[in-house]
Design a protein around this ligand. Structure first.
Ligand SMILES: Nc1nc2c(ncn2[C@@H]2O[C@H](COP(=O)(O)OP(=O)(O)OP(=O)(O)O)[C@@H](O)[C@H]2O)c(=O)[nH]1
Ligand SMILES: [Mg+2]
Length: 607
């Protein structure tokens, strides 16, 4: 049977997963009356909640007797390294570009990678149904992008389709016919080459790794040579050709619609998953026992951001979660690192703590969120950017390209705030409709926690996109949070009246009825120093005042501390306490005297 392998790549939210929905539907992959959720490929809980793709996934459809393996990729920059590997597994790529937004940083990143591995992408201008769509201008921008990325003649000559994944059509003209995805299917068959198959015994490069609750470790990749069957003896080589393990494949799985089906044999060129190899991972070669040379594999991007995961040792520890011991946390993290190649877990210098390094705030945030749902309690430190050293000995730090689209009137404050954070403005141009597009090179360090501030500064109208650019010289000190915090001075249950009394000290982060402890952060101080406050003190109860009256005190709604917000908010001497039920902020040292002593010690070190 003839075969095509194609990846769908784009900036975040440009419609990749929605497109895959339509391709599945229109190729008849679903049964007549099958109920299928929207963005069906985003199958894990967090993907569904957040509406983003986190893990790349493979599916396949049949079109005119050709099987097309389609890989849906994540658009968020934290998962960019994975997209790069996937492009090595396919023979074609569909680049989706939002007809209103045009090419964005991640478009540039993925197109650059696709061109580099020699693919000739198909460009699909998506979302032409948007009222603000500007398809022909966007095509020009895409052309400029390809040219700027040194595309070859053949690559510059990219075929273009216009359409709406949401409405289920693609066509050679923006005006239609607005009928179906057939033009895209046909173009894939015409434009994407059949997979090149090499001679020799069985070899396959591990490209996607996942842990399956029933089958164990599953490694997905494209078979480079020969066929593979269940129960076949294989070995696994790392990038340098060192033997990782010898074993037997227990299952060969093909991707069919939303399901995976065990098959009796898979042929060279096909994208499949194998089970039964406990050590094999991404960038390993799974091969017949006689093979000695591994397939070329790109190295995995080094992590750029790290956090310390410690046991929860607050006075409320163990009251909301059941997985609290450092041994359990450690095992869980090590298991995660096995299935997630972008994470690096190391022992921390601190007691009962592990250092977890990854590609970004989102990636680490997702790990924490997953663990809390499993019943874990943790306390996590402020994210730290990982530096590198140039051969000259000079300190280097990660620099990102940041693109911010903002209403004209707010551009001033954005430029000011980002230059305080040591960002460099490299481009500023109108982007239509009274908006401007600002492009910066900014140190990752300065961007931690900026998203929330940006939304406040621009009344929620700005859109920020970031992408790793390069390691550059360290930019020097970046001022941290300016405000101090309000700290509870006693353990108990917060009372409305006490919170109301503290309103002029600053916004609260807790609500009446919440449990607090000494050293817990309960609000933000309007000034730059920390302040200890009493949130337990009720109004003196006299005969006439009842408890219910106390409740009637009208409070300003507190700051809602989501996990991401909390991680970005805390300072070096603070922690986020995470349990299945709560996110609390606290001082590392709960005892005020200890904090004083620590401060004095630091002061002494400075002079
Ligand atoms: N108007 C319009 N909206 C669309 C279209 N295609 C997708 N969307 C919407 O765009 C949003 C993002 O769609 P997804 O399919 O999740 O985008 P994605 O590229 O897979 O996003 P990531 O996987 O997170 O990178 C959803 O709200 C879709 O409904 C389209 O053709 N027109
Ligand atoms: Mg998606």
């Amino acid at each position: 049977m003839s075969l095509r392998n194609v990846a769908i790549i784009a900036h975040v939210d440009h419609g990749k997963t929605t497109l895959v929905d339509r391709l599945l539907q229109q190729s008849g992959a679903f049964r007549e009356n099958q109920r299928v959720a929207e963005r069906a490929m985003d199958s894990n809980d967090l993907e569904r909640e957040r509406g983003i793709t986190i893990l790349s996934k493979v599916t396949s459809i049949l079109w005119n007797d050709t099987r097309i393996n389609i890989v849906d990729t994540p658009g968020h920059a934290d998962f960019g390294g994975e997209v790069e590997r996937i492009l090595n597994m396919v023979d074609g790529a569909i680049v989706l570009v939002d007809a209103a937004e045009g090419p964005m940083p991640q478009t540039k990143f993925v197109v650059g990678k696709a061109l580099k591995v020699g693919l000739r992408p198909i460009v699909a201008i998506n979302k032409v149904d948007r009222p603000d769509a500007r398809p022909s201008a966007v095509v020009n921008e895409v052309f400029d992008l390809f040219a700027a990325l040194d595309a070859s003649e053949a690559q510059l000559d990219f075929p273009i389709l216009y359409g709406s994944a949401k409405q289920g059509w693609m066509a050679a003209d923006p005006h239609g016919p607005r009928k179906s995805m057939a033009p895209l299917f046909d173009l894939v068959l015409r434009h994407v080459a059949a997979p090149v198959v090499e001679e020799g015994p069985f070899r396959m490069l591990g490209t996607i790794l996942e842990a399956n609750p029933y089958l164990g470790r599953l490694v997905t990749g494209r078979i480079t040579s020969a066929a593979v069957k269940p129960n076949q003896d294989v070995k696994v080589l790392d990038r340098d050709g060192k033997l990782v393990e010898q074993g037997r494949i227990t299952k060969v799985l093909a991707f069919r619609g939303l399901e995976r089906t065990g098959v009796e044999e898979a042929e060279a060129g096909d994208i499949i998953a194998v089970a039964g190899l406990p050590e094999a991972t991404v960038s390993h070669t799974i091969c017949a026992p006689e093979v000695v040379v591994p397939l070329p594999a790109q190295p995995i991007d080094p992590p750029t951001l790290a956090m310390t995961f410690r046991i929860n040792d607050s006075p409320l520890a163990g009251t909301e979660g059941d997985k609290v011991q450092s041994r359990v946390i450690r095992e869980r993290l090590l298991r995660e690192a096995e299935g997630n190649v972008a994470l690096r877990i190391t022992e921390s210098a601190e007691k009962d703590a592990m250092e977890v390094a990854g590609r970004g705030e989102l990636q680490l945030g997702i790990l924490i969120e997953t663990m809390r749902r499993e019943g874990f309690e943790l306390s996590v430190s402020r994210p730290k950017v990982l530096f590198e050293q140039a051969p000259s000995g000079r300190l280097l730090e990660p620099i990102e390209e940041v693109v911010i689209d903002v209403d004209d009137e707010h551009s001033g404050i954005v430029v000011q705030k980002l230059s305080e954070r040591k960002a460099e403005l490299i481009e500023m141009r109108p982007s239509g409709g009274g908006r401007v597009r600002l492009v910066f090179y900014a140190p990752t360090r300065g961007l931690i926690g900026y998203q929330g501030e940006l939304l406040t500064d621009t009344r929620g109208t700005a859109v920020m996109n970031r992408l790793f650019h390069a390691y550059g010289p360290h930019k020097g000190d970046i001022p941290g949070r300016r405000n101090g915090v309000l700290i509870a001075n006693e353990a108990g249950v917060a009372v409305a009246y006490a919170l109301w009394n503290l309103e002029d000290r600053g916004p609260m982060m807790i609500e009446p009825g919440w449990k607090v402890y000494r050293g817990m952060i309960v609000g933000e101080h309007t000034r730059d120093n920390d302040l200890e406050v009493n949130v337990l003190k009720g109004k003196k109860l006299t005969n006439i005042r009842t408890h219910s009256k106390d409740e009637a005190v009208r409070l300003t709604p507190p700051i809602q501390m989501t996990l991401e917000k909390a991680l970005a908010y805390i300072d070096d001497d603070e922690l986020v306490e995470i349990t299945p039920k709560s996110i609390r902020l606290r001082k590392k040292l709960l005892d005020p005297h200890e904090r004083k002593r620590d401060e004095r010690r630091k002061e002494a070190e400075r002079v």
